[in-house]
Design a protein around this ligand. Structure first.
Ligand SMILES: NC(=O)c1ccc[n+]([C@@H]2O[C@H](COP(=O)([O-])OP(=O)(O)OC[C@H]3O[C@@H](n4cnc5c(N)ncnc54)[C@H](O)[C@@H]3O)[C@@H](O)[C@H]2O)c1
Length: 337
């Protein structure tokens, strides 16, 4: 019989609601509770979900009341640390949304606490579960590409969503570019970044406390050069939900991952937009896509199976390189790592 893991989700916002919905419908999980400092939000979410899901207003209440196997942390980045330390200290496994934390110090404390407690820690880099990126990486690991020479990774989206939600709390690079940084580090396993040069601007979104775009060039220890480009300043009417691409040129071959087109474009007399078919599409009232594959894989990992979920150490590497991009963009100087 399939083992059921007792799971709770902390943070009942945008991501936490989807995590909770996925765990509530997962055969290997029993969603026990959702937590939000806004108890009304936690209670509303718990009430919508399958099963007898409880609502708590803090991780301390949750941990005092429930026996758990896994907790997923979906609070804002700078608020991952306290729940993570308390959960690890209780010997409970952890899944933490990317980018693990907003500072290197917090990230190191989370990883050290999980290690000391002997619990598993996964971090939410869901592109690893997007079959397009996954299969592209396989082209490298199978030798078909030879040695990677150049990678170009783009992630551009409209000004309507991200900047309004995260402006003032999270630099663009830490919210957006970090996904590609994790993917590139995963693809270039064995190489380390040695130098970074970046530029960013805030002509449009400075008043919201964020940047319009960041562009960076990173040199790796094996000689591979990587160009990152992220913007969340595309006009509201832009066709793409996320205009993402990753192109690689190698000594023996090349590939292009093209995610600009979701495959489903809708227009009527008022509006036009692409509908998500990849990350968290709702099909038959259930959240699917990469996010579901990722969380299902975490449960399989708890059960002793394999998982390509990002580890705490890998998340530290992504955070370190992304932080270097931001430092270079702020100083205008090359950062040596
Ligand atoms: N993987 C992805 O593609 C992706 C996309 C968006 C966001 N994220 C990440 O997910 C995390 C959550 O982002 P979001 O967009 O869901 O944010 P959000 O603001 O929508 O939700 C955060 C929730 O946490 C609650 N909260 C704040 N402090 C709390 C505390 N101390 N205890 C309990 N609840 C608390 C807030 O009330 C809010 O409901 C962040 O780390 C973010 O970077 C990942």
């Amino acid at each position: 019989m399939t083992r059921k893991f007792r799971v709770a989700v902390i943070g009942a916002g945008f991501m936490g609601s989807m995590h909770a919905s996925i765990f509530a419908n997962e055969p290997r999980a029993e969603l026990v509770a959702v937590v939000d400092s806004d108890i009304g939000r936690a209670a509303a979410l718990a009430g919508q979900l399958r099963g007898n899901v409880k609502a708590y207003s803090s991780h301390l209440e949750l941990l005092a009341a429930e026996e758990l196997d896994l907790v997923s942390i979906c609070t804002p980045d700078h608020l991952h640390l306290d729940p993570a330390l308390a959960i690890a200290a209780k010997g409970i496994n952890l899944f933490v949304e990317k980018p693990i934390a907003s500072t290197m110090d917090d990230a190191a404390k989370i990883v050290a606490a999980c290690k000391a407690a002997g619990v598993k820690l996964g971090v939410g880099y869901l592109l690893r579960f997007d079959p397009r990126y996954y299969k592209a990486r396989e082209l490298i690991t199978s030798g078909k590409i030879g040695t990677p020479i150049h990678i170009y990774a783009r992630r551009n989206s409209a000004r309507t969503e991200g900047p309004k939600r995260y402006g003032g709390t999270l630099p663009l690079a830490l919210h957006v570019t970090v996904h590609d940084v994790d993917m590139v580090l995963w693809m270039l396993e064995g190489q380390t970044p040695v130098s970074v040069y970046a530029q960013q601007t805030d002509i449009l979104l400075g008043s919201l406390g964020t940047q319009d775009t960041i562009a960076a060039v990173v040199r790796f220890s094996g000689g591979t050069v990587v160009t990152f480009e992220s913007a969340w300043s595309l006009p509201a009417g832009a066709r793409h939900m996320i205009d993402a691409r990753l192109e690689l040129i190698g000594t023996e071959g090349s590939f292009e991952v093209q995610c600009g087109d979701s495959g489903l474009y809708f227009a009527d007399n008022q509006t036009s937009r692409e509908i998500d078919t990849q990350h968290w599409p709702i099909v038959e009232n259930r959240v699917g896509g990469d996010l579901k594959l990722q969380l299902a894989s975490v449960l399989e990992w708890l059960d002793g199976g394999p998982s390509q979920v990002a580890s705490g150490e890998e998340a530290i590497r992504s955070l370190e390189l992304t932080r270097a991009l931001i430092r270079s963009a702020e100083s205008g100087e090359v950062e040596r790592l």
